[in-house]
Each structure stands twice: as structure tokens, then as C-alpha cells.
Design a protein around this ligand. Structure first.
Ligand code: CU
Length: 135
């Protein structure tokens, strides 16, 4: 079991390293950091830094055409991800407290999109917010 755990961490580190490489190609116009945790006894994405600091499931406001990077920090040790189902995008699972994953994409069309955690039951438990893309 210990070996499996070590292997899982190793795979996570490798996948994070690969994700990092993939992101180097394009500079992001907007970077948001979210941390998983509890707010009022519910699961939540909590903003870190900037205008969203401390905000629970913050609105992420960007302009159409901008390159957006969302970093997801695991703050509670529970496995999570961040998915944008309308855009068909999601981060890898972020497992283990203080692990970080990220998603970089171009917000091509204006609109209101839902971001959520796709781990079973987590959206219902509170992990849901909005990405606002304005023209
Ligand atoms: Cu979750």
C-alpha cells in the first residue's frame, strides 16, 4: 500500500511537471488561484489573492479572447478537480493537501459558464461558481 501511495505521488509530480511544460507556450492574460476548503460547513473553491481573495466560489471575470489560467490548490486533502463542462475543459484531479494543478485555455466566446468540481457529490456540496466572459 505504501508503494502504491508513493507511486501515486510520483505520477502526480510527473503530471504536474508535464502540465507546467505545456503551459509555457502561452502567457496567460488572467491568472486566478483557487483553494479548496470548507466555507460555512460546505465544500468550496476559495479565491486566493487579488480581487477574489477570500471569496467563496468567486465569479471569475475575463474578456473574450483572453488566455486564462486557473490554478487549483488543494487545501483540504480531499481529491478535487475544476471542470468547465460548457467548454469541455477540466484540470487533472488534485490529490493530497497542498498539491496544485492548473488549467489554461482561451475564453473565445462571451457568456456565463459554470465551473465546478466533478468529483461525485462535490458540486452538490457547494463546489460551483461562474466564469464570466464579456465581449
Ligand atoms: Cu471536489
Amino acid at each position: 500500500m505504501k508503494t502504491q501511495h508513493t507511486l501515486a505521488i510520483l505520477l502526480l509530480v510527473v503530471s504536474l511537471a508535464l502540465a507546467g511544460c505545456g503551459d509555457e507556450g502561452g502567457q496567460a492574460d488572467q491568472v486566478f488561484s483557487l483553494r479548496t476548503g470548507l466555507a460555512d460547513g460546505r465544500l468550496a473553491f476559495i479565491g486566493v489573492g487579488g480581487a477574489i481573495d477570500g471569496v467563496v466560489n468567486p465569479d471569475l471575470a475575463v474578456k473574450a479572447g483572453e488566455r486564462v489560467r486557473i490554478e487549483l490548490h488543494n487545501g483540504d486533502g480531499v481529491t478535487h478537480d475544476l471542470a468547465l463542462p460548457d467548454l469541455g475543459r477540466h484540470t487533472p484531479l488534485v490529490m493530497g493537501k497542498e498539491s496544485v494543478t492548473a488549467l489554461t485555455f482561451t475564453a473565445s466566446a462571451s457568456g456565463v459558464y459554470t465551473y465546478l468540481c466533478s468529483v461525485s457529490g462535490h458540486r452538490q456540496a457547494g463546489m460551483e461558481g461562474r466564469l464570466l466572459v464579456t465581449p
